[in-house]
Write a protein that binds this ligand. Structure first.
Ligand code: PEP
Ligand code: MN
Length: 318
């Protein structure tokens, strides 16, 4: 069933850039100097929207939980002095109040928050009558209804500049990704709400910078509307998500090397076919990964059953 949300066709035009929309910035605001340095370098490579976490939802306590409200002043400087639009994560109504007071342009809802309908409803209520852009990350668990439910809650309280961010899904066990992409879920979201812009967040999907380029290309091939990437001037010493952040210059390299769809797709039929082929490739990758997980379990069972005889063989050979 296709779902109808009331979405203004203004997300990308209002940011005054062409598709794909690029959003970049550090995982977290750390110091005024760090924010200004990375923002200047990102603006220099043409990034118009600056992302940064003020309050960080950490899995374990005692990790860096963000600088808090103080950092909003520094983001105001980025907006006023460099002219970038600013995006931050909000998780409760206090965050919303502070963000609006500081003229933040885009609010994003983190994956842990989207998974909680109470929190989402509180946020939606606190945004009633406010004309701001809201981007909803997918919930941590692979459940499309929860993602759509959150989008509906914001839309119902009047948010029309709405978009989704695909950041992958938690899973148990070994995987090359920090959060498995399950591409079929954002593709299904596009089928259900065709007018909704969907942005890909390769940084949180891969968890390590080596895979970012490849994920960006897949997202562009699958016709995502934009990319949100974590960038830092000194990624290895970042206070959060160090292994997935890249420098502005590495980001520039990626942007310059992504092949845009219109460069190789001649017409609409070819475009649909190409998308379906890619979708099959992604499903194949999921199947291969599942078979690998199955093999690992079979191997564990074999080792458990034959542990004794393997030990005996080893002693005889020694
Ligand atoms: C982030 O964007 O820095 C973040 C915490 O993301 P997520 O909610 O996707 O984990
Ligand atoms: Mn992060």
């Amino acid at each position: 069933m296709e779902l109808k949300l009331d979405i203004a066709d203004t997300l990308i035009p209002s940011i005054n850039c062409t598709k794909p929309l690029l959003i970049a910035g550090p995982c977290a605001v750390e110091t005024e100097q760090q924010v200004m340095d990375v923002a200047i370098r990102l603006a220099h490579i043409g990034i118009k929207v600056f992302r940064a976490g003020i309050w960080k939802p950490r899995t374990r306590p005692n990790a860096f939980e963000g600088v808090g409200s103080e950092g909003l002043e520094w983001l105001r400087r980025v907006k006023k002095e460099i002219g970038m639009k600013i995006a931050i994560e909000v998780a409760n109504s206090k965050h919303v109040d502070e963000a609006l007071k500081n003229e933040i342009d885009i609010l994003w809802i983190g994956a842990r928050t989207t998974a909680n309908p109470f929190a989402v409803q509180e946020l939606a209520d606190s945004l009633k009558g406010v004309d701001v852009t809201v981007l909803v990350k997918n919930p941590v668990n692979p459940e499309i209804e929860l993602w759509i439910g959150a989008l509906e809650r914001f839309n119902a309280t009047g948010i029309k500049k709405l978009g989704a961010i695909h950041r992958g899904f938690s899973s148990y066990g070994k995987s090359p990704y920090r959060n498995d992409p399950h591409w079929q879920i954002p593709i299904e979201l596009r089928r259900r709400i065709p007018e909704l812009p969907i942005i890909n967040d390769p940084s949180h999907i891969c968890g390590k910078r080596e895979l970012i380029m490849e994920l960006c290309q897949t997202a562009i091939d699958l016709d995502f509307d934009g990319l949100m990437l974590e960038a830092h001037c000194d990624p290895n010493n970042a206070l959060s998500d160090a292994s997935q952040q890249i420098t502005p210059e590495e980001l520039e390299y990626i942007i310059n090397n992504i092949v845009l769809r219109k460069q190789y797709i001649e017409n609409e039929d070819a475009e649909i076919l190409e998308e379906l082929r890619l979708y099959i490739d992604k499903l194949d990758e999921d199947v291969i990964q599942l078979i690998e997980q199955r093999m690992n379990i079979v191997e564990k069972i074999y080792l458990a059953i034959h542990e004794e005889s393997i030990k005996r063989q080893k002693t005889v050979m020694n």
